[in-house]
Design a protein around this ligand. Structure first.
Ligand SMILES: *Cc1c(COP(=O)(O)O)cnc(C)c1O
Length: 333
């Protein structure tokens, strides 16, 4: 098993390492939600992390392990927004300079937040792959240290701390539903969870348009699916041509993959706001969307949904909670 390359001991060490920066996030039960879904479920609120998303875990675990020499070179990353913000946050805490490469699909609010943390933002025309290439170029040309958004050992092991917390707080967890993009979150959480209890069911959920990992798992090789405007902007982007870890880990650890539509994502955002008073971004609610839409049922209970981030594009969000139509590229929902 490829997963054998990772040990519970290194995950526990990472959890300890990042404890001063990332929080042990709450695992909360919402009666309204459980009534609507019809089963015993819990929400892991990564929305409450500093920077408003789980990405702080992996970024922090990677940045804190840099040697003084590496730290002096500065760090660089590409990002759909939240990873860049996490790297900027972790780098500022460690007094390291950071450069974040962002594609044209990244919402303005996420860009502003990264600049506020003192990082240099490089806006790259084109898609996430272009941003990925620019980060690689800066690594090669300027000697900066690259902190990839998901396909990096320290990043994956950092995200695993989220899984350790779930199993600590709810030891009888039977299923974990996880938003899936590059698969860093899913790989880390599933590694930790299945090492503690191999029977735990792991479900990965992506949006219908542009789900690179789901398409690659189906084709059994890395495939490029294109990028589209989505309410789940944080889930867009490809896996890169040289994926080392997350494709193999997802292949081994995922029990089921589900895809949800933009209207299903929108409805789940509205539902969480109205019923749980919870603000969560599109990419964070895909698991709830999968259940509310009837695409995911009969899960072993209790079920944990990772609500991975809260960094909504406010203009779009206000339209959603006011039930107004929304434009995504050439599609109106
Ligand atoms: C990055 C991100 C994801 C997806 O994480 P991967 O490790 O790329 O699969 C999910 N939700 C939010 C809020 C994110 O920022």
């Amino acid at each position: 098993m490829f997963a054998d390359n990772f040990s519970l001991a290194e995950m526990l060490t990472a959890q300890h390492r990042i404890a001063g920066t990332a929080i042990h996030s709450p695992l909360r039960k919402f009666e309204n939600l459980n009534q609507a879904l019809g089963f015993n479920s819990w929400l892991k609120l990564e929305t409450m992390q500093p920077i408003g998303a789980f990405k702080i875990r992996g970024a922090c675990n990677a940045v804190q392990q840099l040697s003084p020499e590496q730290a002096g070179c500065g760090v660089v990353c590409c990002s759909t927004g939240n990873h860049g913000r996490a790297v900027a946050y972790a780098a500022r805490a460690a007094k390291i300079s950071a450069t974040v490469c962002l594609s044209a699909l990244v919402p303005e609010v996420k860009i502003a937040a990264i600049e506020q943390l003192g990082a240099t933002v490089k806006r790259v025309p084109g898609n996430q792959i272009a941003a990925m290439h620019e980060a690689a170029r800066l690594r090669t040309v300027k000697g900066m240290i690259e902190i990839p958004p998901f396909d990096h050992r320290h990043v994956i092991v950092g995200q695993a701390s989220c899984g350790l917390e779930i199993l600590h707080d709810l030891p009888n967890t039977a299923s974990i539903v996880i938003p899936l993009s590059g698969g860093g979150l899913l790989s880390g959480v599933a590694l930790a969870a299945k090492k503690i209890n191999p029977k735990i069911r792991i479900i990965g959920v992506s949006m219908e348009r542009g789900a690179a990992m789901a398409a690659s798992l189906k084709a059994e090789r890395l495939v490029d699916v294109g990028e589209y405007a989505s309410l789940a902007d944080c889930l867009s982007g490809g896996l890169g041509e040289h994926n080392q870890y997350t494709f193999e880990l997802c292949k081994e650890l995922i029990d089921e993959t589900v895809l949800v539509s933009e209207t299903e994502i929108r409805d789940a955002m509205l539902f969480l706001f109205e019923s749980c008073k919870l603000i969560a971004e599109g990419g964070a609610v895909v698991g709830i969307a999968a259940v509310l839409s009837g695409k995911l049922s009969a899960l072993p209970e209790p079920v944990v949904f990772i609500i991975s981030g809260e960094n909504v594009d406010m203009a779009k969000y206000l339209r959603i909670i006011n039930r107004k139509p929304l434009q995504l590229d050439n599609v109106t929902i």
